[in-house]
Design a protein around this ligand. Structure first.
Ligand SMILES: Nc1ncnc2c1ncn2[C@@H]1O[C@H](COP(=O)(O)OP(=O)(O)OP(=O)(O)O)[C@@H](O)[C@H]1O
Length: 578
């Protein structure tokens, strides 16, 4: 996506940033006073050398020193306050965007789990971190650098020339630093993330890694990524480090050069000793923010990249428009000419498929592997949008329901059940903030999982992890079914519900389907095994993404048998299919 296309997302970010505009003014005004108070040191030196030492007045020295303590105190207070304000502005920026970015990340991950969706929340954090860091304060201070440099030239034009040329060299170094360190810093960030991703995945799949004897190979793969990340980090930190050292050395050198030139001018009688010292201190103050910015440039680069990424993410996943709340739908599903193209693919996985499902019916969707059954399930649950055709739930297309509302109406049991870290009850209640215990138990009973859960050591409060923890595959599937049934959905989409179930589990699922039908609700079962379609009244047969048969179960099965016999007979004939 080009920068121009990201503009909508960037504008969204800028809008949130603009909301804190009064605070930026506040910090700007405070920075003015902080920088003004920076003159305390040089002015003190000027007074001590040129007035106190000349007049030998202890009283003046004490008065000046008290004043300096007060002024430094004020400066510290203002500096601390502006830091606190920016910290809060940064936190506000993050929390204002948290919901929006989280929503965009979840929506994008569901269809395209790429780098952009993975880093979304981290990108927001890196922008927040820059906003609350001292580097940002340095940006508020840098505009004062020329003012300090001009101040130096007021002492003596030669000092001014030296300060200006020193400042110019530092600015050139800053620009070169920005150009040179940009790519290595970003590259090192990417390699670090890749190494983390590999280690996360290997940790999650540790059981399989162990069982398949993949430990050494897995280690080498991770180690390779880790080495790349490490050498990237060393390269980037060497580069940034060299610029930091260069600027620091240059600043110290310039300060000393300032003293040297000042001393020469004092010897020539063109400058007072106080001005010599004050000039050197001013030089240090003028260059300090530039030095700080260069030292922390990696933070700036990360935030800059994060800002661009966020712009792209928000542009690609626009906010959802509010929808008119519809009444609870009847369990009537109407699929017309549905075509679905998996995200990032060119070819449709489902082509012009039509069927209807009436309330109180169960539809079995059968077909070989890769026929498009799971694709249909994802389209029916609103996860993948149709590239063509329509899916209507009680007359309204799916996009007329809000995604969370649709989730309440259509219960979904995915092919691979994943639970979330938490208790079984929390998982069944779909992590609801206000879980309803009665509904949780009811859903578990409908899924015939109630007894099984009670037998666990802590019943409904048993803690589980994303991979199930102490639960077996079949137990996870039954909890997944209870989760699908939580909140009384009108339609249930079950993708291979029997894949991990024993006989008792399969019967429990069939019982649940029967109950749904009796309540006037409907069920779709994507299945390989005959046991799964026992309760189905209708069958939809998919082949290569197209509908090859649809109708009452017995008729479809009969025609399948007939076709099968036909094929067998033809194959048996001389010259037939072999
Ligand atoms: N996330 C995805 N990205 C790209 N293509 C996909 C994705 N998921 C599925 N497909 C493709 O869509 C086609 C249909 O896959 P689908 O998972 O719907 O088949 P299925 O009938 O459910 O198979 P199975 O019975 O093995 O689960 C396949 O060609 C597959 O390669």
């Amino acid at each position: 996506m080009r920068r121009q296309d990201n503009e909508r997302g960037l504008e969204e970010l800028r809008k949130v940033r603009r909301e804190s505009r009064p605070y930026y003014w506040f910090v700007g005004i405070f920075s003015f006073f902080v920088n003004l108070l920076m003159l305390t040191g040089p002015l003190y030196m000027l007074q001590v050398y040129d007035r106190v030492l000349g007049s030998r007045s202890v009283a003046t020295l004490i008065a000046l020193s008290v004043l300096v303590v007060f002024l430094y105190g004020m400066m510290g207070l203002l500096d601390y306050t502006r830091g606190r304000v920016m910290g809060r502005v940064a936190a506000r920026f993050q929390s204002k965007l948290d919901t929006r970015v989280f929503d965009a990340v979840v929506r994008r991950s569901a269809v395209q789990p790429d780098e952009l969706s993975q880093t979304g929340l981290r990108d927001l954090e890196s922008v927040q971190r820059l906003m609350s860091s001292p580097v940002l304060m340095a940006f508020f201070d840098i505009p004062w650098t020329p003012v300090f440099l001009i101040g130096i030239s007021l002492f003596h034009p030669w000092l001014g020339y030296l300060a200006m040329s020193g400042g110019a060299v530092l600015i050139i170094i800053t620009v070169i630093n920005q150009l040179v360190t940009k790519n290595p810093t970003l590259k090192s960030n990417v390699t670090t993330m890749q190494a983390e991703k590999i280690s996360d995945q290997l940790r999650q799949e540790s059981e399989m890694v162990q069982a398949l004897g993949m430990r050494r190979a897995a280690f080498l793969r991770w180690h390779d990524a880790r080495q790349k990340s490490l050498s990237g980090q060393i390269g980037a930190s060497d580069l940034t480090g060299s610029f930091t050292t260069l600027t620091r050395t240059l600043r110290l050198l310039l300060q000393s050069a300032m003293l040297g030139l000042g001393a020469y001018l004092v010897l020539q009688g063109e400058l007072t000793p106080g001005a010599m010292i004050a000039g050197s201190i001013l030089m240090g103050r003028a260059l300090a923010p530039i030095e700080l910015a260069i030292g922390q440039w990696a933070l700036v680069e990360r935030a800059r990249k994060g800002w661009q990424n966020l712009g792209q993410l928000l542009a690609e996943v626009p906010p959802e428009q509010p929808r008119t709340a519809l009444p609870a739908p009847r369990a009537k599903l109407d699929v017309q000419q549905l075509t679905v193209v998996p995200p990032g693919e060119q070819q449709a996985a489902l082509r012009i498929v039509s069927f209807t499902l009436e309330p109180g019916h169960a539809l079995g969707v059968i077909g070989p592997s890769g026929a498009g059954k799971s694709t249909l399930a994802r389209a029916l649950t609103g996860v993948w949008r149709p590239a063509g055709g329509k899916i209507r739930l009680d007359g309204a297309t799916l996009d007329q329901y809000g995604p969370d509302v649709l989730g309440e109406h259509i219960g979904y049991l995915p092919q691979r059940v994943t639970l979330f870290d938490g208790t079984i009850a929390e998982n069944i209640a779909r992590l609801s903030q206000a879980p309803d215990d009665t509904k949780i138990v009811e859903a578990a009973k409908k899924a015939a999982a109630h007894e099984m859960i009670l037998k666990l050591p802590e019943g409904y409060n048993t803690r589980v992890s994303s991979t199930g923890g102490r639960l077996s595959g079949g137990q996870m599937q039954r909890i997944g079914l209870a989760r699908a049934m939580y909140g009384d959905p009108v339609i249930l989409v079950l993708d291979e519900p029997n894949s991990n179930l024993d006989n008792e589990g399969s019967q429990a699922v069939n019982q649940a389907i029967k109950r749904m039908k009796e309540e006037g609700k409907s069920v779709l079962i994507m299945a390989h095994r005959p046991a799964a379609i026992q309760e189905c009244d209708m069958l939809l047969m998919l082949e290569n993404g197209s509908r090859s048969a649809f109708g009452p179960k017995d008729e479809v099965l009969k025609s399948m048998v007939k076709n099968h016999e036909q094929i067998t007979k033809t194959a048996a004939m001389p010259g037939g299919v072999r």
